[in-house]
Design a protein around this ligand. Structure first.
Ligand code: ADP
Ligand code: ADP
Ligand code: ZN
Length: 227
């Protein structure tokens, strides 16, 4: 069994939430819940939700609270979320945060930590500009900061096809940053007021960021149960 912890990685687009959520998910054995990935899967599948979400995502706006709250409440109800989960990209509005509180309270559960990853705006733009993903396994890479060990071959699954997100372009990045400051950054105050917030330096190299996260999470990781 994995660690028992429920946490949120909070940060602007490109801060490194997905990268760290994947690493923590592996080391602690709890699922990464990325609303962005779930929505991209819905778009690819051509489902009703995907049809509603596509244009908004392409323009850098936010998908409606109702849709993402619905997706997350279904996902958290799955058996693999019983001992914990890492929320990556949710909540993104105060409305979503309040809905999450209600959802967890109804199951008599609570968040253990909310970790805010701070990264300068110019760096976010560079990170998003160079981001690419393995089309086979979803592993994330960067043209300069995190290349594959062998050129053109995924480190994880040896896949050779890679994708870039349609919303990872210079114009849309600015729109996404604006949306982040307007809609999502108030969550930092929201969780600070609840006594849940920790902040880490997201500008550090990937391995150092992981160490900083593990230091914050070590009290919860101690509940790790060996099967
Ligand atoms: P988010 O999920 O917050 O949007 P990602 O995890 O996808 O961010 O990271 C954005 C890009 O920056 C990716 O290409 C990733 O490889 C790279 N990256 C992530 N963390 C770091 C870091 N600490 N330093 C340099 N590049 C990073
Ligand atoms: P990033 O990694 O750049 O932070 P995500 O992969 O988390 O981006 O999200 C991609 C897009 O999916 C967002 O720009 C938004 O349109 C939509 N999205 C993801 N999560 C949410 C959410 N919690 N609420 C509303 N829209 C969301
Ligand atoms: Zn791969």
């Amino acid at each position: 069994m994995g660690a028992v912890m429920k946490l949120i990685l909070l940060g602007p687009p490109g801060a490194g939430k997905g990268t760290q959520a994947k690493l923590l998910s592996e080391s602690y054995g709890i699922p990464q819940l990325s609303t962005g990935e779930m929505l991209r899967a819905a778009v690819k599948a051509g489902s009703e939700i995907g049809k509603k979400a596509k244009a908004v995502m392409d323009s850098g706006g936010l998908v409606s609270d109702d849709i993402v709250i619905g997706i997350i409440s279904d996902r958290i109800a799955q058996p693999d979320c019983v001992s914990g989960f890492i929320l990556d990209g949710f909540p993104r509005t105060l409305n979503q945060a309040a809905a999450l509180d209600k959802l967890l309270a109804s199951k008599k559960r609570a968040l253990d930590a909310v970790i805010s990853m701070s990264v300068h705006d110019e760096e976010l733009v560079k990170r998003i500009d160079g981001r690419f993903t393995c089309a086979t396994c979803g592993a994330g890479y960067h043209d300069k900061y995190h290349q594959t060990k062998k050129s053109g071959i995924c480190d994880k699954c040896a896949g050779t096809t890679f994708t870039r997100r349609p919303d990872d372009n210079a114009e849309t990045v600015r729109a996404r940053l604006m949306v982040y400051y307007r809609e999502t950054s108030p969550l930092i105050g929201y969780y600070f007021a609840k006594g849940k917030l920790s902040t880490i330096d997201g500008m550090a190299p990937i391995g150092d960021v992981t160490k900083a996260l593990e230091a914050i999470l070590s009290p919860f990781a101690k509940t790790h149960v060996k099967a």
